[in-house]
Design a protein around this ligand. Structure first.
Ligand code: ADP
Ligand code: MG
Length: 567
């Protein structure tokens, strides 16, 4: 114990001694220090006060932290528990200098993040710290307080459960919710459902730029139509009842402003699990479900969009379609085939963000323009072959056209936010026998050829760190920018940073023989095995990243304008 406290005074003494000296002298504090149960690692010291913050870790071993072992049994438990500790840290951070200590603030989702890690030996937080300065001079006394008093205090507040306001119970509930959500998600897959929305769920958000729930006094809680109601009994004893969306084609209709897009948006986010009180904690979607929209202007490299677009007047082969400037319909076709390529078996499509000519063509237009003069085969003609040949389900919002009634297994009408099953009426209106939905299938929906990037495809000329997130919607990759504005299922900038790291990882995998699908599977396998830290080259302190899905990594790769494929 004496040795430890002398280490402590060492760091404090060093920092006091550095007061007023030029900033570069801080380099010497790199190292490892003990403060009671807390170990502090100074992994990287910023070169000057305006550079990216210093990298510091605080750690407490399990023998001292005493987290209940039954709550951190496996990888998923630890993801949930780490999320809880990170939130506890954010609460505690209010007492400290928020500008100096950056812990990373989680949103409504429970995701695997680097910020807090629970391993077999202990639990640690990875912090970014702005070491204090005046001009380019070290504020040594402030730095001593920050590193030798505040950070150990923060670690205790995060990791010692006797410091938590709701004790162990809060952690227990957090982990149990996560377990229940995962069990429900597994159950849905087995029950043939692509999505589930529990009765009582609060789907609308408090504002267009917020992910927090609408005030429950204003929101109409979700209530399933009786025809689609599904009840699940979980092994914890929890029972849930709500709307199950079966595999197949589901169309959501209803008047403008009646809540259609809100449901679809909740399903988009249902690929991730949400915290208690979010309102969507029991909205669970097939984890590979992907939102598909039009995105004119994007680049496309070698996609097989021939099921949707063929016979272009230019004679271009649309089985390997490339463009630097896609139209509304070609971009939506590209987004769709790319999603299926990485394994999406549920597509989520909203009329608000779709290209009309991609989705439908009415009978008069079909009469006026002969099929051989129209390159586009609309989605309405392909939605059943996609299901039958590729196992791809679709949930679609379409308030402006009845075109999808003929190909829908289920039609749900929203009336003042309340869903009704109107499948029977919709089928009657178009004269369809629900047991024999008319399907035109010319066999053009099939598994496309593998796309294989060249060995240099992701190696930009510049030698500097190549991929860097710029907020949530953009990645700088070499000198190019990847625009992710249309990739709506990325939750925040920290997940975009995860996508950027994944691009660097992909650069190492691509050798001119490995297909995009194989490389993404390799990343997922590595992540399942090593955890999120495995994505970065900096094992001692990986910075702040969140695990992205393969879908979002692929989305960034596919939008990289300099992507090159092997012919
Ligand atoms: P639509 O796509 O049918 O035009 P939206 O889903 O965009 O409608 O919803 C319109 C408005 O209604 C939004 O401001 C949304 O926040 C709000 N809203 C959606 N669902 C609910 C609900 N269950 N309770 C209260 N307000 C809701
Ligand atoms: Mg809408």
């Amino acid at each position: 114990m004496a040795g430890m406290s002398s280490q402590r005074s060492n760091l404090a003494d060093t920092l006091h001694g550095l007061d007023g000296r030029s900033y570069g002298n801080l380099k010497q504090i790199r190292g490892r220090y003990r403060f009671g149960p807390v170990t502090l690692f100074v992994n990287r010291v910023q070169a000057d006060p305006f550079a990216s913050p210093s990298k510091v870790r605080v750690r407490i071993e399990h023998a001292d932290a005493k987290l209940p072992p039954e709550l951190i049994t496996d990888r998923q438990d630890r993801i949930a528990a780490a999320d809880y500790l990170l939130r506890a840290g954010n609460t505690a951070l209010g007492r400290f200098d928020r500008k100096a200590i950056i812990l990373g603030r989680p949103g409504q989702e429970v995701l695997e993040r680097t910020n807090v890690r629970i391993d077999d030996a202990g639990v640690e937080a990875r912090l970014l710290v702005n070491l204090p300065a005046r001009g380019r001079r070290i504020l040594g006394h402030r730095a001593a307080d920050l590193l030798t008093r505040d950070l150990p205090d923060l670690a205790r507040a995060m990791f010692l459960c006797e410091k938590w306001s709701d004790g162990i119970d809060g952690l227990r509930q957090h982990v149990q919710l996560h377990r229940d959500q995962l069990e429900l998600r597994d159950h849905l897959g087995e029950a043939g459902l692509v999505g589930f929305i529990a009765n009582g769920a609060i789907l609308p958000r408090s504002a267009g730029d917020s992910d927090e729930p609408m005030n429950p006094e204003q929101a109409v809680p979700f209530a399933s139509p009786p025809e689609l109601e599904h009840t699940v009994e979980l092994s914890s004893g929890r029972s849930l009842t709500g709307m199950g969306i079966p595999r197949g084609v589901t169309v959501i209709v209803g008047g403008g402003y009646h809540g259609k897009s809100t449901i679809l948006r909740a399903l988009e986010r249902g690929v991730h699990l949400h915290i208690a009180g979010d309102g969507r904690e029991w909205v669970i979607t097939d984890p590979g479900a992907t939102a598909i929209r039009a995105e004119d202007g994007r680049a496309v490299t070698g996609d097989d969009i021939s099921p949707f677009i063929a016979n272009l007047p230019s004679g271009t082969d649309t089985r390997t379609f490339s463009t630097t400037n896609a139209s509304g319909s070609t971009s939506q076709a590209a987004n769709l085939v790319e999603a299926i390529e990485v394994g999406a078996r549920t597509l989520l499509i909203d009329e608000d963000t779709s290209a009309t000519n991609f989705m439908i063509r009415d009978s008069r237009m079909r009469a006026l323009i002969p099929a051989e003069r129209e390159p586009i085969t609309p989605f309405v003609d392909r939605v059943r072959p996609l299901l039958d040949r590729r196992g791809v389900s679709t949930v679609l919002v379409a308030g402006g056209s009845s075109a999808f009634f003929e190909v829908a297994d289920h039609v749900i009408a929203l009336d003042a936010y309340v869903p009704h099953d109107v499948t029977k009426q919709a089928h009657e209106l178009v004269g369809v026998d629900p047991d024999a939905l008319t399907v035109t299938d010319d066999g053009s929906v099939r598994q496309p050829a593998l796309r294989i990037p060249t060995a240099k495809a992701l190696r930009p000329a510049s030698k500097t760190k190549s991929a860097r997130a710029k907020g949530t919607d953009r990645i700088q990759f070499g000198r190019a920018f990847i625009d992710l504005l249309a990739v709506s299922q990325i939750v925040d900038a920290q997940q975009t940073a995860g996508v950027a790291e994944a691009l660097e990882y992909l650069a190492e995998i691509f050798d001119g023989r490995t297909a995009i699908t194989e490389a993404l599977a390799e990343i997922d396998e590595m992540l399942d095995e090593q955890g999120i830290d495995g994505l970065t080259g900096h094992r001692d302190h990986p910075g702040h990243i969140t695990r992205p899905r393969a879908q979002e990594i692929a989305s960034a790769l596919n939008r990289y304008r300099e992507l090159l494929l092997v012919e």
